[in-house]
Design a protein around this ligand. Structure first.
Ligand code: SF4
Length: 151
């Protein structure tokens, strides 16, 4: 069995000491650490910043980038195949309305999620994020989060 470049335990120990990990080390943890271990260390770091059982929150709004998706998850009732009559990509004007509404209710963050549209690549999203931040410099964007199956 080939030896791994890093040790999960060493990286988690360093993370729990709030030492900065490299992107490569982060990817290694993403691929090799158990979900429970990551949650445990995440909570340790949270305890450092906000001790005790206090949990803080912000007001944000979920907004779908597109309902077009080719992933075909069995449970999903949201997605539409490319070319479907109900397929959409959210426009900048629609984002503007949603963000202004969010701000009017004291919100500060937009959580973007959506389908795997085969024609929307990284350039589309980087342009979208740039446009949104130009329109609303104080907006917090919560988008494109990594996701992994529980281990
Ligand atoms: S929209 Fe999300 S949940 Fe639905 S099929 Fe696509 S990836 Fe799966």
């Amino acid at each position: 069995m080939p030896s791994l470049k890093y040790e999960v335990g060493d990286l988690l120990t360093r993370a729990s000491r709030r030492e900065f990990l490299s992107a490569e080390e982060g990817v290694f943890l993403f691929e090799n650490a158990g979900t429970a271990e990551l949650m445990y260390v995440g909570n340790q770091i949270k305890q450092h910043h906000v001790p005790g059982n206090l949990v803080t929150w912000i007001i944000d709004r979920n907004s779908n980038t597109t309902n077009v998706c080719i992933a075909n998850c069995k449970f999903c009732n949201f997605y539409r195949r490319p070319g479907h009559d109900e397929a959409y990509i959210t426009t900048l004007e629609e984002y503007r309305q949603k963000i202004e509404e969010t701000f009017s209710f004291g919100g500060e963050q937009l959580l973007l999620q959506g389908g795997h549209h085969p024609d929307l690549g990284l350039k589309y999203y980087t342009s979208l994020f740039r446009d949104l931040k130009q329109m609303f410099p104080n907006l917090k964007l919560h988008a494109l989060g990594p996701w992994k199956l529980p281990t």
